[in-house]
Design a protein around this ligand. Sequence first.
Ligand code: GUN
Length: 291
Amino acid sequence: MTILDGKKVSNDIKNEIKAEVDKMKANGEKVPHLAAVIVGNDGASLTYVGSKVRACERVGFESTMVRLSNTTSEVELLDKIEELNNDDNIDGFIIQLPLPPQINTQKVLMAVNPDKDVDGFHPMNFGKMALDMSTFIPATPFGILELLDRYEVETKGKHTVVIGRSHIVGRPMSILMGRKGFPGNSTVTLTHSHTKNITQITSQADVIISALGVPKFLKAEMVKDDAVIIDVGITRVPDDSEKGYYITGDVDFENVSKKASFITPVPGGVGPMTIAMLLKNTLLAREQHRK
Ligand code: GUN
């Protein structure tokens, strides 16, 4: 069994990006600049955005965190997006999700200039992805592809089962794994809350990508021998520790890892890859804007 070490691979990618940024600096060029907009005080969202800003510093990017209150109106957020769209100094920006209920998420995501949409959430970029056109691929699916690529995990002709159909992970992942090329060329099944007898489906899978958010959902008896297991779940479970919670994934790692050929740990698997690929998309955005 091989652990897919997202922490290590993400560090390699950050070093590669830093080397590119160092070249830009040596040539007197502008370095990439990422902005992150966060609305409200959700603890997990603040942690994620904080990690994104720190990652920018680590590779030499400029970064801007835009914090808006929980009572921000849709119009106020749309005005902020317009400002970022028109700011030549910003190469890419993200709107951290979820947004408070008074704001229509689809409307907001459609307001982002697709050329600055480094999350790849705009329908234009999502459509390009589905049509195999060059675009920003959402960071978590992009990170999973990169992890499979760097460990040379064969996906051609395999049965890939994706659990969860979120717009951020499950849906794009199901499209990407079925595309031509590597990693891809899989036969994909997308499962969700209305799927009947999921164990019958997962137990036939060569590759399982779980993006559900239910702690330890995937048990050993749901998995066949030598399956490849990708755990996208990051759930905070309350406990008595200083932090008040611990992090767990969708996979019963202790038991499933005994059957798997490759498996991602939580933490240290998909999570760090997401941030590395957001940086990669921001570097791509800078390169596009230079042209
Ligand atoms: N919320 C959970 N994952 C993500 C992500 O990848 N990007 C943004 N913007 N929000 C998220």
